[in-house]
Design a binder for this molecule. Structure first.
Ligand code: 2DT
Length: 212
């Protein structure tokens, strides 16, 4: 802390298609910020550990069926159940690195054909990220990485629609990073932008809310 009462942690979200490298980059970014002595924690959505999260997990692994609107609201509820914990941590000065957030929520449901405004509505009032790091990769390239598995959204055509929606949602809080680069180069770009944003929030940037 720099002695400012409004000093807080930053809410940093990583987004992108399946296999864009979000998960490995999230933990690398954690170590980086940690090495500067910042208080920092990793979260991911869906958080499969809660009751709601277990319903989502069963759906994703095709052990259960839910209609598209219902699962959309469960993903949103899964963020709402973490909201106050997130606000408390941010206000206590902890930076949160979040692997997927409301943008995935909207993009994956939009890709199923649900109206985008309907998709955004349940996200209204959640904490807005201070920074969205978007790991940009062509869907075809992502498909080549390790091959698709058996979860719900592992299809090229579907991923193309998801990518389209991310493009629509992109605004000035987003930093687009070419995820086809070497892992170390991606990592470096994330570091610079994230550190800069952590310092801005330390100086007292107010929290804001979706969708601003
Ligand atoms: P992981 O493989 O990253 O755990 O994601 N998804 C995710 C949604 O459809 N809506 C959401 O709100 C979120 C957070 C993306 C599991 C899958 O769930 C999708 C991939």
């Amino acid at each position: 802390s720099i002695g400012n009462n409004d000093s807080r942690g930053a809410l940093i979200v990583l987004e992108g298609l399946d296999r864009c490298g979000k998960t490995s980059q999230s933990s690398r970014l954690l170590s980086y910020l940690d090495s500067f002595g910042h208080s920092v924690e990793l979260l991911r959505f869906p958080d499969r550990s809660t009751n709601v999260g277990q319903m989502i997990s069963a759906y994703l692994s095709k052990q259960s069926h839910l209609n598209d609107h219902t699962i959309h609201l469960l993903f949103s509820a899964n963020r709402w159940e973490k909201r106050s914990m997130m606000e408390t941590k941010l206000k206590a000065g902890t930076t949160l690195i979040v692997d997927r957030y409301s943008y995935s929520g909207v993009a994956y449901s939009f890709a199923k054909g649900i109206d985008i405004e309907w998709c955004k509505a349940p996200e209204i009032g959640l904490l807005a990220p201070d920074l969205v790091l978007y790991l940009d990769i062509p869907p075809e390239k992502a498909a080549e990485r390790g091959g698709y598995g058996d979860e719900r959204y592992d299809h090229l055509e579907f991923q193309k629609k998801v990518a389209q929606c991310f493009q629509i949602l992109c605004d000035s809080s987003w930093k687009i990073i070419d995820a086809c680069q070497a892992m170390e180069d991606v990592e470096k770009q994330l570091q610079e932008t994230a550190l800069d944003r952590v310092i801005t929030c330390q100086k007292g940037k107010p929290l804001s809310f979706l969708w601003r």
